[in-house]
Design a protein around this ligand. Structure first.
Ligand code: CUA
Length: 393
C-alpha cells in the first residue's frame, strides 16, 4: 500500500472509531461504575476521579518534556556526536521524590476512604440482612419482618445498613451505583459469647431509580446469572411496599365461603351492599388463578421450600414468593416476569439457570444434601401455577 493511501485509510478508521466511541456515550448503562447514587459510592468515585487527574497531569508533563527534548536536541546536519553524560544527582533526586509525593497524595485519601466505608452501622439505620445463595439473593428486614428475594426495595434519604452473609459459598454483593463490591462470606462458627464476623455495607441512597447489580465472586456454574435489582423509592412508596407485603394479595388465598349470602343480591345503597360487591368480585375470580392456587397448595410440594406471606405456605429454603406478581423479573433478574416465563422456569429451571436447585417437571434436585424428586407437573398445572403467582400483585 502506498503511503498516501495508508494515511487516508487510517484517517477514515480514526473518524469511524471516534464516532463509535461517542455513540456509546448516549447509552444508558444499568450497571455503571461511574455514576454513584450513594454517599458510599461517592467515596470511591471521588478517589477514582482524583487518581484519574493525577495520571492526566503525569501524562501531560511526560508528553511536554518529550516534545521539548525531541525538538530541542534533534540531530542537525553536520553535527558532532553530542557530549555524553551519565548520572545527574539533581534529576535522580527529583524523579524519586516526585512519584513518592504523588503516591502519598493517593494513599492518604484512600486510607480515609477505607475507614469511612468500614465504619460501624448508624444506630438508626434501616438494617437489611442479605444472604447470598446459589444462585439468588434473600433479603430480610428483621425489624419489619419482611423477607423477599432478588428485588430489594429501599427508601431514599435514610441510612441503610446491609448485613451480608452467605448460605453456602463465597459470593460478592455488587450494585455498582450503590458502591463498591463487598464479599458475602459464610458465617464461621465462633466461641460462645463472640459475635460472628460479618461484612457490612452502609449507605444513604440519594436518588430514586432502579439499580442493577450482580454477584461479583465466582460461586459456581450460574455465578453470572445471579443478578440483583434495587428499587430505590420515596419513603411513602417504601412504606406502602412494606404494608403490601404484610397484607396477603387479593388472590393469595381462596375467597372466604359466603354462607349462602353470595346469591342474594342487595340493592346498592342498602347496608352491606359494599361487602356484597367485594364477595361477588371474589367469586368472579379467574378460574385459572383458582386452579393454580389449588395446584400450589394441594397437588405439589412448592410449600416445602417457598413461603407466601398470609397463606399456609411456610417454606424457607427457596425464595419467598410474597407478591410475586409485582416483581419485574424472575430467576434473580434473568427473565422478565411474565406468566410465560414463569411457566418456563417452573417446568425447566435448568434451561434458564444451570445449577439451579429448583426441581423441574422432569428432574429432581439436591438441596442441602437432601434429594427432592421431580415435580411431575403437567402443562395444565404449570400454566395454572404461573397464573396464580402472577396474580399476586
Ligand atoms: Cu454468587 Cu457468584
Amino acid at each position: 500500500m502506498k503511503n498516501g493511501k495508508l494515511l487516508r485509510w487510517m484517517k477514515r478508521a480514526g473518524v469511524l472509531l471516534t464516532v463509535a466511541m461517542l455513540s456509546a456515550c448516549g447509552e444508558e448503562y444499568l450497571q455503571s461504575t461511574i455514576d454513584p447514587v450513594t454517599d458510599f459510592g461517592e467515596v470511591s468515585h471521588n478517589l477514582y476521579v482524583q487518581v484519574f487527574w493525577w495520571t492526566m497531569i503525569i501524562l501531560a508533563v511526560v508528553w511536554a518534556l518529550m516534545a521539548y527534548i525531541l525538538i530541542r536536541f534533534r540531530e542537525k546536519p553536520g553535527q558532532d556526536r553530542p557530549k555524553q553524560i551519565h548520572g545527574h544527582m539533581g534529576l535522580e533526586i527529583a524523579w524519586t521524590i516526585a512519584p513518592a509525593i504523588i503516591v502519598v497524595a493517593i494513599v492518604i485519601p484512600t486510607i480515609q476512604g477505607v475507614f469511612e466505608t468500614q465504619r460501624p452501622p448508624d444506630e438508626d439505620a434501616l438494617v437489611v440482612e442479605v444472604t447470598g445463595k446459589r444462585y439468588w439473593w434473600n433479603f430480610h428486614f428483621p425489624e419489619q419482618g419482611v423477607t423477599t428475594a432478588n428485588e430489594l426495595h429501599l427508601p431514599v434519604g435514610r441510612p441503610i445498613s446491609l448485613r451480608l452473609e452467605s448460605g453456602d459459598v463465597i459470593h460478592s454483593f455488587w450494585v455498582p451505583q450503590l458502591g463498591g463490591k463487598r464479599d458475602v462470606n459464610p458465617v464461621v462458627a465462633v466461641p460462645e459469647g463472640e459475635e460472628p464476623k460479618r461484612n457490612w455495607m452502609h449507605f444513604t441512597i440519594k436518588e430514586e431509580g432502579v439499580f442493577w447489580g450482580q454477584c461479583a465472586e465466582f460461586c459456581g456454574e450460574a455465578h453470572s446469572l445471579m443478578g440483583i435489582r434495587v428499587v430505590a423509592e420515596s419513603e411513602e412508596e417504601f412504606q406502602a411496599w412494606l404494608t403490601d407485603w404484610h397484607t396477603p394479595a387479593p388472590t393469595a388465598n381462596a375467597p372466604e365461603p359466603v354462607g349462602g349470602q353470595a346469591d342474594t343480591e342487595r340493592p346498592a345503597g342498602e347496608p352491606g351492599a359494599e361487602a356484597q360487591t367485594a364477595v361477588n368480585q371474589a367469586v368472579a375470580e379467574d378460574p385459572l388463578v383458582a386452579r393454580g392456587r389449588e395446584v400450589f397448595f394441594r397437588e405439589t410440594t412448592c410449600v416445602l421450600c417457598h413461603a407466601i406471606q398470609g397463606t399456609a405456605a411456610p417454606g424457607i429454603i427457596g425464595p419467598n414468593l410474597t407478591r410475586m406478581g409485582s416483581r419485574s423479573t424472575i430467576a434473580a433478574g434473568m427473565l422478565e416476569n411474565t406468566p410465560e416465563n414463569l411457566a418456563l422456569w417452573i417446568k425447566d429451571p435448568l434451561s434458564v439457570k444451570p445449577g439451579s436447585e429448583m426441581p423441574g417437571a422432569q428432574y429432581g434436585a439436591a438441596i442441602a444434601g437432601v434429594q427432592y424428586p421431580a415435580t411431575n407437573l403437567n402443562d395444565e398445572q404449570i400454566q395454572a401455577l404461573a397464573a396464580y403467582l402472577s396474580s399476586m400483585r
